[in-house]
Ligand binder design. Structure first.
Ligand SMILES: Cc1ncc(COP(=O)(O)O)c(C=O)c1O
Length: 495
C-alpha cells in the first residue's frame, strides 16, 4: 500500500509510551497512579507497563473532543488506511458509533429506514435521537437468519413520504452475509439520503483477498461503524466511526454528535490499541488475512466432508445471489446429525474446549481470524467429527422447530403499529403488566427472542394479540426471551 502519510508511526501509542518513560510523576488522575494504587491482583493481571499507559485525556495525551495532537494524527492515519474522509476512534464500541451516527443524521421526529433485525444499539440510538423507524423489508432464511435489505425494499421505503433523513443497514449479518451495497447507496444518494452502515462485524473486509465482501466505504456509504475489537485485534470496546470521502454528512456534524455522547474519560489504552492495530494492518494486514482465509477454507472443506454436517456456503445458494460471504465466519449446520446448535455448542465447549461466537437451533458459528491456534482448530475438527458419529434425534434441530406455524412467520414476526416514538415511550412513565393483559398497551422496552434474533417489540409499539401469539409460540419452542423480565411473564409498558 502507498500513502503520503507515515504509517510506520503509531502516534497515540508512542505518546503514551514516551510519557511513561519520561519519569514525570503524575499528580493527576487516574487514581491508580501508574499501578501504585491498583489492587495487587489487578496489578498482577494488567502489569506495570499496561497500567503506566492507562492515562486519561490531558495536555500530554490529547483528547477525543477537539483533538489536535496524537489522536488527530492517529485518526488521520486510520482514515487513510480504511479509505475514509475522516475517522473517529471510539472507546465505547460500535454502540457509541451508531447512536452518534443517528444523532448526526436524523433530527427529532425525522424518519430513518432500518431493517427490523437491527442490533439493540440502533434502538438506543432511536431513543436518544428521537428518530422514527421505518422498516425496510428483509428476507430471512432458516439456514442463516436475516439477509440484507434489497434495492427494491430500500426504494419502497424511500418512496414513502415524508422522505427519510437516513437509511441505516446492518452489513454483514452475524452469519457473515453481506448484501450488495453500491447500488443501494447510489439510489439513496440520488435522493439526497445518507447511508449509515453498521459494519460492526466487517472491519476486516478491507484486508480480505478478492472474493470477500467489499467494505462499505468502497460502496461510498456516508457513515460506517466498525467494532474493531470483534475482528481486527484491538482491545474489547474499541471501535471506529468512518465518515466517507464524499459523505453527505460532514465530519464536523459527526464530531458534534459524538461530543454529546462520549465520556471525557475515554480509555487511551483502547485508543492506543486501535493505533497499534492500524500500523500492523498497514504493514501486514493483507498477508495476515490471506493466510487466515487459506486456513479457514481448508478447515471449512474438512468440516464439510464430515458426514451429515454442512458448512454454510452462500456461493452454493441461488437465493443468495446478491450476497457475498465473509470467509472467516464459519457457520456449521449440525442439524443433519440431529443436533441443535445449542447442544453442539455445549458439547464442543465441555468436551473439546472450543467456544463459538454464537449458536442457533441448527448452527454453530465461529469467528476465525489471523493467527488462530492450530491445535484448537484440530480440536474443533475432532469435536465436530464426534458430533457426526453420535447422531441424535432432537426435533428442535429441524428447520420448522421454532413452532407449529410455518417457520417463516416466526422468522419474520409481524411488525406492530407505532403508537408513539421510541424516545417518548422509553422515557415515559412506565408500569409493568402481565403479558397476558398487555394487549393494546404501548410497549416501553425492546423485546427480542433468540432465535430468531429479530425484535418482536420496540419501545413505542402497540402490543398486539398477534405479536403475543408469536411470542407464545417462540416460548413453547424453547426460544430465549431477551427482555427486562427474563421470563417474559411481565412486560414494561407506558403508564
Ligand atoms: C450488528 C451489531 N451492531 C452493533 C453492535 C455493537 O457493537 P459493540 O459491542 O462494539 O458496541 C454489535 C455487537 O454485538 C452487533 O452485533
Amino acid at each position: 500500500m502507498t500513502s503520503h502519510l507515515n504509517h510506520e508511526r503509531a502516534p497515540i501509542f508512542e505518546t503514551l509510551s514516551n510519557y511513561a518513560r519520561t519519569g514525570i510523576y503524575g499528580f493527576h488522575t487516574p487514581g491508580h497512579k501508574g499501578g501504585r494504587f491498583a489492587a495487587p491482583e489487578l496489578f498482577e493481571l494488567v502489569g506495570r507497563s499496561g497500567l503506566a499507559l492507562d492515562l486519561p485525556a490531558m495536555t500530554a495525551t490529547d483528547n477525543t473532543f477537539h483533538p489536535t495532537g496524537c489522536v488527530r494524527e492517529a485518526q488521520a492515519l486510520a482514515a487513510d488506511l480504511f479509505g475514509a474522509g475522516e475517522t473517529f476512534f471510539l472507546s465505547a464500541g460500535s454502540t457509541l458509533g451508531i447512536s452518534t451516527a443517528l444523532l448526526a443524521t436524523v433530527p427529532p421526529g425525522g424518519a430513518v429506514v432500518i431493517p427490523r433485525n437491527v442490533h439493540r444499539s440502533v434502538v438506543a440510538g432511536l431513543v436518544l435521537s428521537g428518530a422514527l423507524p421505518r422498516f425496510a423489508r428483509h428476507e430471512v432464511l432458516d439456514e442463516c437468519g436475516a439477509l440484507g435489505v434489497s434495492l427494491a425494499a430500500v426504494r419502497e421505503a424511500l418512496d414513502t413520504m415524508p422522505q427519510p433523513s437516513a437509511v441505516l443497514l446492518t452489513r454483514p449479518s452475524y452469519y457473515g452475509i453481506a448484501r450488495e451495497l453500491a447500488a443501494v447507496v447510489r439510489e439513496c444518494h440520488t435522493r439526497g439520503v445518507p447511508v449509515i452502515v453498521d459494519e460492526a462485524h466487517g472491519g476486516h473486509f478491507k484486508f480480505l483477498p478478492p472474493g470477500g465482501p467489499p467494505p462499505a466505504l468502497e460502496a461510498e456509504a456516508d457513515i460506517v461503524v466498525q467494532s474493531c475489537h470483534k475482528t481486527l485485534g484491538s482491545l474489547v470496546g474499541s471501535a471506529q466511526l468512518h465518515v466517507g470521502r464524499d459523505s453527505l454528512i460532514s465530519a464536523e456534524r459527526v464530531q458534534h454528535a459524538l461530543n454529546l455522547l462520549q465520556t471525557t474519560s475515554g480509555s487511551f489504552l483502547l485508543l492506543a490499541s486501535l493505533d497499534a492495530m492500524r500500523r500492523w494492518l498497514w504493514q501486514e494486514g493483507t498477508s495476515l488475512f490471506a493466510e487466515a482465509v487459506a486456513a479457514a477454507s481448508k478447515l471449512a472443506d474438512e468440516i464439510d466432508a464430515i458426514p451429515s454436517l454442512r458448512v454454510f456456503c452462500a456461493a452454493r445458494d441461488a437465493r443468495l445471489a446478491e450476497h457475498a460471504q465473509d470467509p472467516l465466519r464459519l457457520v456449521v449446520d449440525v442439524s443433519g446429525a440431529g443436533w441443535t446448535g445449542f447442544d453442539a455448542e455445549r458439547f464442543l465447549r465441555t468436551e473439546h474446549r472450543v467456544e463459538d461466537e454464537m449458536a442457533d437451533h441448527r448452527n454453530v458459528v465461529y469467528v476465525l481470524g489471523p493467527r488462530d491456534d492450530e491445535a484448537a482448530r484440530s480440536r474443533l475438527l475432532a469435536g465436530l467429527r464426534a458430533v457426526s458419529k453420535q447422531p441424535r434425534s432432537n426435533p428442535k434441530a429441524r428447520p420448522s422447530s421454532l413452532g407449529p406455524q410455518p417457520s417463516t412467520s416466526l422468522l419474520q414476526p409481524p411488525i406492530p403499529p407505532l403508537a408513539m416514538s421510541p424516545r417518548e415511550a422509553a422515557l415515559a412513565r412506565q408500569t409493568r403488566v402481565r403479558r397476558a393483559s398487555a394487549t393494546g398497551r404501548t410497549c416501553a422496552e425492546m423485546v427480542m427472542f433468540y432465535p430468531p434474533g429479530i425484535p418482536l417489540l420496540m419501545p413505542g409499539e402497540t402490543v398486539t394479540a398477534e405479536t403475543l401469539a408469536v411470542c407464545q409460540q417462540l416460548l413453547a419452542a424453547g426460544a430465549t426471551p431477551y427482555a427486562s423480565d427474563p421470563t417474559f411473564e411481565t412486560i414494561c409498558v407506558v403508564q
